[in-house]
Design a protein around this ligand. Structure first.
Ligand SMILES: NC(=O)c1ccc[n+]([C@@H]2O[C@H](COP(=O)([O-])OP(=O)(O)OC[C@H]3O[C@@H](n4cnc5c(N)ncnc54)[C@H](OP(=O)(O)O)[C@@H]3O)[C@@H](O)[C@H]2O)c1
Length: 332
């Protein structure tokens, strides 16, 4: 096979860390599938990996999500024919196990003209979902599905509060909660609020301007059943203040800082639960989320696309919190 080309981060740093390198695809083993990649998509995780994340081994090829077309396969990978469009599972293995991995974090990611990976990590795509949408949903929708459905069991009548209605995680969590019959309250700062589809949210607030705690109390005097947290230090206190008696706070991240305080009597007297959540199962990705994205029940908000050669600008755009929805990278 011809050589591939990929983006490589040799060591963590600022926007100048990205290099392009040629590489050999190497031997195609029995279970391998080689895919010519068309699109990768970015997540906040890519910013952490670029800046330097404990546990990441550099050099590393960034990005966890991607879509392409099968160009070669080993003899056991019979269910994926050449020419089949596929998306890559961002996660590798059982998401609850110690050995769980994520492309672009624990091994090389998707920002590569060709990607060789085991056949059981590729999901075939049919024509009703296009490449951009397919590339942009897996990590954030899987994370949010796990938080909203598996961890918090959101149901009809629940009130769910989501930070960052325009974030990868937030726009997915709001829709998933609504799909399960909840009323959803979201946030977006500054001019972003006017660009979020208000039809998807029962209430949208600007945390830079609105008093979140009293606005939520006006909407639901006893507070909310579920808070979807991923923003961390700067929002945590308000997240706990708006949480109802018996409510669940679920967190998958700490964008504004990892260290938070908990007022213990407040927590135990109100019988509240705080839980962590990371990624989700391959089964949910394939059987629950993909069909709902393909039939339009879940809509993937795409902010904009960059050519992969402009990876530095794409990072800057996401880092400046300019994006509303997902940032795509076209691989050429
Ligand atoms: N554990 C996991 O499996 C997992 C999976 C996915 C993501 N995560 C984590 O979850 C977080 C979100 O990821 P993402 O890819 O969705 O990020 P993203 O698209 O870059 O969005 C970041 C969001 O944070 C919000 N934000 C930042 N500072 C804020 C503040 N002071 N007050 C209120 N909101 C603030 C922004 O709100 P505005 O839109 O209002 O500017 C923006 O919507 C990251 O920390 C990521 O590492 C974890």
């Amino acid at each position: 096979m011809e050589k591939g080309q990929r983006v490589i981060i040799r060591k963590p740093g600022s926007f100048d860390v990205f290099d392009f390198e040629d590489f050999d695809i190497g031997e195609i083993r029995d279970d391998d599938v080689v895919v010519k990649m068309n699109y990768a998509a970015m997540n906040h995780l890519d910013l952490w990996v670029r800046r330097g994340l404990p546990g990441v081994t550099y050099p590393i090829v960034p990005c966890s999500e991607g879509v392409g077309v099968v160009v070669a396969r080993g003899k056991n990978a019979t269910f994926l024919k050449e020419g089949q469009r596929v998306l890559l599972s961002p996660g590798i293995g059982d998401y609850l196990s110690e050995s769980y991995g994520i492309h672009g974090e624990t091994c090389n990611g998707t920002l590569s003209t060709y990607l060789k990976q085991k056949s059981n990590l590729w999901i075939p795509l049919d024509d009703c979902i296009d490449d951009k949408v397919a590339a942009a949903f897996p990590l954030s929708f899987l994370t949010s599905w796990n938080m909203v459905v598996r961890r918090c069991n959101v149901k009809k009548g629940d009130i769910v509060f989501v930070w960052g209605a325009g974030s990868g995680v937030g726009h997915a969590a709001g829709q998933i909660a609504k799909l399960h019959g909840a009323k959803v309250v979201g946030t977006a700062r500054g001019s972003k609020i006017s660009k979020i589809d208000s039809g998807s949210w029962d209430l949208l607030l600007d945390p830079a301007k609105d008093d979140i705690v009293s606005a939520v109390r006006d909407f639901s005097p006893k507070g909310v059943d579920v808070v979807v947290e991923h923003t961390g230090a700067k929002t945590w206190k308000r997240s706990l203040s708006i949480l109802k008696r018996n409510g669940n706070l679920v967190t998958c991240g700490g964008t504004t800082g990892p260290i938070v305080k908990i007022n213990l009597p407040h927590l135990f007297i109100k019988n509240q639960t705080i839980m962590g959540s990371t990624m989700g199962s391959f089964k949910d990705l394939k059987n629950e989320i993909l069909p709902r994205v393909a039939n339009g029940d879940l809509k993937v908000l795409i902010d904009r696309g960059f050519n992969w050669k402009d990876i530095a600008q794409a990072h800057q755009h996401l880092e400046e919190s300019s994006a509303i929805g997902k940032v795509l990278l076209k691989i050429e």
